[in-house]
Ligand binder design. Structure first.
Ligand SMILES: Cc1cc2nc3c(=O)[nH]c(=O)nc-3n(C[C@H](O)[C@H](O)[C@H](O)COP(=O)(O)O)c2cc1C
Length: 379
């Protein structure tokens, strides 16, 4: 089973979910070394890119092994999004642009961005039109990623699907949660199936894929053209090996169960790639947040975990990893279990004043919503 996004042919229907602070060049390469798929860069802001913001530019780096460059843009202003899309295609040679309409972070929804934006249908349409028009001369597909809606009383996904189709978007990814749910509860795969039934463009399903078998089940149950995998691969890049084989000619195989020794090899590789891209000090610092995920369910003692969480050089990492028992088998109790952020639902979604009054509008004024340069929280 392959995935077709406009001109882009992905050999397996598997997409690494953009995750701010995680899916940088090092992590994308690490995952891509495991199996085929589409590996999306962490979110960058349209305005930051257009204005040449340094933080934004630092995030827009690609590994030399990365032949297909895929980037997620955040934006609330159609003009900036159009310009940013053009820059990505023209100067960065990207082969795919995804647009973020799912972020639940209050700092973002307060401005009408991320998951709040699809409520303004005209604004959503204008942004998509601008992006699609900017990418068209380069034959680069534009996709969008969204949630079910603001909350159960303000669903937006079916309208978003229709608007995506009308504006020439190549696919729509749906995370089966509302903004109010954030990462809590269970993703609603029925909503994903409903979207598949209501549009003619490819739908990508997202939410709660923890194992390759879940991905196959999502395709079977909902009819999606592909899956988007986020938290399930945290500390488990080999999930992409299982996913690629599950959708490959052989079909689902055995789940990869690395020993702790094999996990440490992966950890070392991850830290090394981060160091190559960011320098050793920053790379090791970045690596720290992944330690808990890699060691989830293993016996490794608290003291050693704490030291790994403070690692500041590859040599120190090697010394600490050598203390782990390489023969310890993979903790199978972790299979199928949620990992990464889950949190609690939100009682109140922070929105711009009067946002809910009008679902057709454009937000503040005809130019759309004011956009920050440095929005990097993702989600
Ligand atoms: C740490 C983290 C950062 C995220 N950043 C982004 C982001 O920048 N853009 C986006 O569209 N989604 C982002 N997400 C949401 C994921 O892409 C995905 O939709 C969500 O985690 C649900 O999929 P999952 O159940 O496979 O994790 C983020 C999620 C996490 C956990």
């Amino acid at each position: 089973m392959t995935l077709t996004l406009g001109s882009l042919e992905v050999p397996v229907p598997v997409v690494l979910a953009p995750m701010a602070g995680i899916t940088n060049a090092a992590y994308r390469r690490l995952c891509a070394e495991q199996g085929a798929g589409l590996y999306v860069c962490e979110m960058i802001t349209s305005r930051g890119l257009v204005e040449g913001d340094e933080t934004t530019k630092r995030m827009l780096v690609f590994d030399e092994a990365e032949t297909v460059r895929s980037v997620q843009l955040y934006g609330t202003d159609p003009t900036y999004v159009g310009q940013a899309t053009k820059i990505l295609c023209d100067e960065y040679g990207v082969a795919h642009v995804d647009l973020n309409f799912g972020c639940p972070v209050p700092k973002v929804t307060r401005k009408g961005g991320g998951g709040a934006l699809p409520w303004k249908r005209n604004l959503l349409g204008r942004i998509l039109e601008e992006a699609v028009a900017a990418a068209a001369p380069y034959d680069v597909p534009v996709t969008m990623k969204t949630r079910k809606g603001l909350d159960d009383d303000h669903l937006t996904f079916l309208d978003a699907g229709r608007i995506a189709q009308e504006t020439g978007v190549a696919a729509i990814a749906l995370h089966g949660r509302t903004v109010a749910q954030a990462y809590s509860g269970q993703a609603d795969w029925d909503a994903i199936a409903e979207l598949v039934a209501s549009v003619d463009l490819p739908v990508l399903g997202n939410g709660d894929i923890w194992e390759a078998a879940d991905a196959v089940r999502m395709v079977d149950e909902t009819g999606v053209a592909g899956v988007v995998v986020g938290r399930g691969c945290l500390g488990r890049p080999w999930l992409f090996r299982d996913l690629a084989s599950a959708f490959g000619p052989e079909g689902p195989g055995a789940t990869t169960l690395p020993t702790l020794g094999e996990v440490t090899v992966m950890m070392r590789r991850h830290a090394e790639l981060l160091s190559e891209h960011m320098g050793e000090e920053r790379g090791c610092k970045e690596f720290r947040k992944h330690v808990t995920w890699y060691l989830k369910g293993f016996r490794a003692g608290g003291e050693l975990r704490r030291s790994l969480g403070l690692v500041d050089s590859l040599a120190a990492l090697d010394r600490l990893l050598a203390e782990l028992d390489g023969d310890e088998p993979f903790p199978v109790s972790e299979l199928g279990a949620p990992r990464g952020r889950q949190g609690a639902p939100r009682h109140r979604i922070v929105l711009p004043e009067g946002w809910l009054d009008d679902t057709d509008g454009l937000g503040e004024g005809s130019a759309g919503v004011l956009e920050d340069v440095d929005e990097t929280t993702g989600g």
